[in-house]
Write a protein that binds this ligand. Structure first.
Ligand code: SAH
Length: 387
């Protein structure tokens, strides 16, 4: 292997601290082609490890391993094996979950989700894009998957100079896959659904929310209805709100599929509807807030915080005393402490006394890599309004 990259002292320190991303400004010399695995050297030519090289991204190197190693088929097989073994240990109560969570499985920029007998993957850098022809047969061998779909439509691929495309890489992948999560079944569209089809990162939080259901439930930002469907058995009535007409159609279809007759979905803007419900004097025994990432970057942070504050304030106002609020933020730029502060301010303004019943995060099949804050993005607090 001839490809090499030499780091600045600051780059070397980043490797020591375990962060897999080395930015362009910390890379002195590179002799490599786009997507190569390069040997990474320190300022005095000591071998620090091996990384994916990108000639386009600001993230020039993505570390694969520290120290001496041989990066061959056996290396990739071992990495995939380890990721899969961890999921077997978790034994998710579902047929749809994440098998490979990129950096947090030491497979940077590779996402692999399982939906029943099919896999949906994303190769989000030049490195994993080039490796796909090797990785896909390995994944098929290790999982027995009948089909593998590449959902390579995320915009981040443009930063790597890669095109946005969706294509079958193995077998055949249907337009709709039937999956189970706890006692609920969903029909998932792996070709067009959000992310790879479902918000798998909320799987455990949806199951947890079922334990706080009761009376009248409001599920805000419900997408295909997961929270509401999980909470329906414990409730008299569930109202699911989403701004997307397609989502509302899917929620209704999923409710029918699960013989849930108490769930009613409405196509509305949650911001308007919460105001409307408050004016009406409506009261709910449990409310879920699972909005899209309001802060897509640092510049939009203040506006995002105002958005989170508003929906949490209004939700607390229409929540019954003794009721539960399941409130989430999937913005990486809003960290746990900041989100906690926003929710606290909403409690102050609504003059509610609120306890924290659970502090949750993304499901365990989406692990957080210690020292890499970018891998901790989803916060989910379960709160109780005491008075
Ligand atoms: N809770 C869902 C995931 C929610 S994703 C689950 O567990 O699967 C966020 C959803 O919010 C998307 O479906 C999107 O259509 C919807 N959305 C975005 N902005 C909205 C708004 N202002 N009002 C209502 N829904 C909105």
């Amino acid at each position: 292997m001839d490809s090499t990259a030499t780091l600045s002292p600051r780059g070397e320190e980043r490797v020591r601290l375990g962060h897999p991303w080395i930015y362009k400004s910390d890379v002195h010399d590179v002799s490599a082609a786009p997507g190569d695995v390069v040997q990474v050297r320190g300022p005095r030519q000591r071998v620090l490890g091996y990384a994916f090289f990108s000639d386009r991204s600001q993230i020039t190197l993505r570390m694969l391993v520290r120290g001496e190693a041989t990066i061959d088929a056996a290396f990739w097989r071992a990495r995939l094996d380890a990721a899969l073994a961890f999921r077997r240990l978790l034994a998710p109560d579902a047929t749809a979950f994440r098998l490979v969570h990129a950096e947090a499985d030491l497979l940077p920029s590779l996402i692999v989700d399982q939906y029943g007998e099919y896999l949906v993957l994303q190769t989000l850098s030049q490195g994993t894009e080039r490796l796909a022809p090797l990785l896909v047969p390995l994944l098929v061998e290790l999982t027995g998957a009948r089909g593998v779909l590449a959902r390579n439509d995320p915009r981040v691929r443009l930063l790597e100079g890669l095109e946005q495309k969706v294509e079958v890489l193995h077998g055949a992948v249907p337009a709709s896959i039937d999956v189970r999560e706890g006692n609920i079944r969903y029909q998932v569209d792996p070709w067009h659904g959000q992310k790879t089809g479902l918000f798998l990162d909320q799987r455990e939080n949806r199951l947890a929310a079922a334990g706080y259901s009761g009376g009248r439930v409001l599920d805000c930002f419900s997408y295909t209805g997961g929270f509401g469907l999980q909470m329906a058995p414990g409730a008299d009535r569930v109202e699911s709100l989403d701004i997307s007409a397609t989502a509302v159609t899917q929620i209704t279809a999923n409710a029918q599929r699960n013989s849930v007759t108490t769930l009613h979905a409405r196509e509305v803007n949650v911001f308007d509807e919460l105001r409307h419900l408050e004016r009406e004097g409506a009261r709910f025994d449990a409310i879920v807030l699972d909005p899209p990432a309001f802060a897509k970057n640092k510049a939009s942070l203040q506006k995002a915080l105002a958005g989170y504050k508003e929906i949490n304030l209004r939700a607390l106002r229409i929540l019954q005393t003794g009721g539960f609020l399941v409130t989430c933020s999937c913005s990486y730029h809003v960290d746990e402490a900041t989100f906690g502060q926003v929710v606290y301010e909403a409690a102050v303004d609504s003059r509610s006394d609120v306890t924290v019943v659970e502090k949750r995060m993304q499901a365990r099949d989406h692990p957080v890599l210690l020292g890499v804050p970018e891998t901790y993005y989803l916060k989910c607090f379960i709160l109780r309004k005491l008075a």
